[in-house]
Write a protein that binds this ligand. Sequence first.
Ligand code: SF4
Ligand code: ZN
Ligand code: ZN
Length: 305
Amino acid sequence: MRCRFCRTRSVEVFLRMYNLPLCRDHFISFFYKRIRETIEKYKMFGLEDKVVVAVSGGKDSLALALALKDLGYSVIGYFLDLGIPEGSAFARETVIRFGEKFSIPVHVEELRSVFGYSLVQISEIMRRPACSFCGTLKRYYMNRFARSIGADVLCTGHTMFDEATVLFSNVLQWKEEYLFRQLPVLPEEQGLTKKAKPLAFITERETAIYCFFKGIDYLDLPCPLSSGAKSRRVKLRLLQLEEDSPGTINRFLKGFYSFKKKINFSSFNKEDIQPCRECGYPTTADRFCSVCRMKRKLSENVSRG
Ligand code: SF4
Ligand code: ZN
Ligand code: ZN
């Protein structure tokens, strides 16, 4: 079988979702084309913008950083070392090697240095799973870094099945506010840098193939602190649906975004946001943001012993 585009080279990838046999070069150009289309369709950013990509050491975020660089965008990687034993050190080495190999600047920060505690320490002191703090801290420090360098946009490597898993779970529970906020791009607002997910219509299989073709070494280990069994089960079910009928998840997600354009969400007025009195980060809470409140609780718990 020959590549659908050039009709001369042999096929290395078959994309069932598009019923498309591709050679290596045309897989890469088709991958780039869809990322560029997503960026343009959702007005995520332009070639003149400073783009921060949150890199974790996994295939999706590294693929995103290199794809954006190859597409001509000005990219800076950001890695937050959470201090996870048998996880963070490998991830950190991986992103540093990646940055050197592909000439992409990567800024590394340690949670313990900037916050005072590693994720494991927080989880132990607060006696709650690490995952319940992780997202809040990552968002806070990513945003803080993006603002410190005057970045125009902050990108994450969420892929189609990540997005569909969140959407499906929110629909199952009719979490209306979350549905209201789920979009591939969130505008800048009151101290929060604009956020974008340029891989929203790309699958993890595609990022893995892209990494293989481009020689990107990535970390392929689940986080040792993971407690996301439920979302993994939802994701596996969605993968099964896609397997049975290729293109289903793409249509599910795209259909949701175009449906959203037609509905009047005005009843979901934005909550009252104000700057945290301690650090200035936007918060809907009364005085302090969730990270400053977390810090206070930790020091209270530590001093109580
Ligand atoms: Fe953080 Fe939990 Fe993800 Fe590990 S699995 S990176 S602790 S959210
Ligand atoms: Zn080809
Ligand atoms: Zn604060």
